[in-house]
Write a protein that binds this ligand. Structure first.
Ligand code: BV8
Length: 242
């Protein structure tokens, strides 16, 4: 299965797009401190290497706000059911676009984190002394603009930004997971690639495909079954019908 921000919505994690989404098309005037404030930023204002080069403090302010927001969130019923499926069935694999780690906290096995984690950092200069990423869950972080403990250069959130390649190992694991009999796409606007491409791969492999979402997405016309409803309720009902 492929999951997106909609799976975490019931936990209180803001989604990116849609009516209450974080990212809209208008530009922002001031540095905000609420969802309404941040939602006036475009993705290209914040989740790109260029944005970080231009204004690392603004990008870190956004990630610090997201970390503080998500630190107060707990896995919801959607995460719990998905985790239970992976514990019961080692064949059940989860490919997530989410960087909130709520699947991790729910105990999900066989998890592929396509876009990294906002609880991990990496050295902006990729210095030889630092590991590829390191975990730091402190909220707030000790400095508004963290530095690499190994070389003193800027540290960055260890997430994949627009225009950056995904980890080849994660892409390979996701492609392997898409070679399946049943593929669910849950809580994603199916608008970001290559994540959205794994549904296509599953269909090419002959998988039965289903979508669980509140709204119609580009995936809705591609799947065998499109279920409109909240993931936390639909997954709970499927588990209850077991
Ligand atoms: C790359 C991490 C190449 C950071 C994220 C034109 C066409 C196609 C592709 C492109 C293009 N131009 C550029 C590209 C490539 C680009 C891309 O796809 N752009 C899009 C915008 C068109 N992709 C990239 O840049 C990727 N890299 O291609 O590299 C390359 C190769 C070699 C060398 C150099 C480069 C990297 C993409 C990763 C970006 N990082 N996140 C961070 O989070 O800070 S993206 C971010 O948005 C998420 O991680 C996620 O992947 C993505 C989509 O979000 P969703 O999860 O779908 O969430 P969204 O809010 O959009 O939707 C929520 C859905 O849930 C809604 O449908 C809603 O109805 C539903 N919902 C809400 N509540 C519920 C619910 N459903 C069920 N139940 C509920 N309760």
């Amino acid at each position: 299965m492929l999951t997106g921000a909609g799976v975490s919505a019931a936990s209180g994690v803001p989604t990116f797009r849609g009516p209450h989404g974080l990212w809209s098309s208008t530009s922002a005037q001031t540095t905000p401190s609420t969802v309404e404030g941040w939602r006036r930023y475009r993705a290209t204002d914040l989740a790109t290497p260029d944005a970080f080069t231009r204004d690392p403090a603004l990008v870190w302010e956004w990630y610090a706000w997201r970390r503080a927001t998500i630190a107060a969130c707990r896995p919801n019923r959607a995460h719990e059911v998905i985790a239970a499926w992976t514990m019961r069935n080692p064949q059940c694999r989860v490919v997530t676009q989410n960087v909130d780690d709520l699947h991790v906290r729910a105990g999900t096995q066989c998890l592929v984190r396509l876009h990294g984690s906002l609880w991990e950092l990496s050295c902006w200069q990729r210095c030889a002394a630092s590991p590829r990423t390191w975990r730091d869950e402190r909220v707030p972080l000790p400095a508004p603009v963290p530095t690499c403990p190994h070389c003193g250069a800027l540290a960055r959130p260890a997430v994949v930004w627009f225009g950056e390649p995904l980890d080849p190992g994660a892409v390979e694991a996701a492609a392997d997971a898409a070679a399946c009999d049943v593929f669910l796409t849950i809580g994603t606007s199916a608008s970001v690639y290559p994540a959205a491409s794994f549904l296509h791969a599953a269909r090419r492999h002959g998988a039965f495909t289903a979508e669980i979402n509140l709204e119609t997405t580009p995936a809705s016309s591609m799947v065998d079954v499109a279920i409109q409803g909240p993931a936390e309720e639909v997954l709970d009902a499927i588990e209850a019908a077991r």
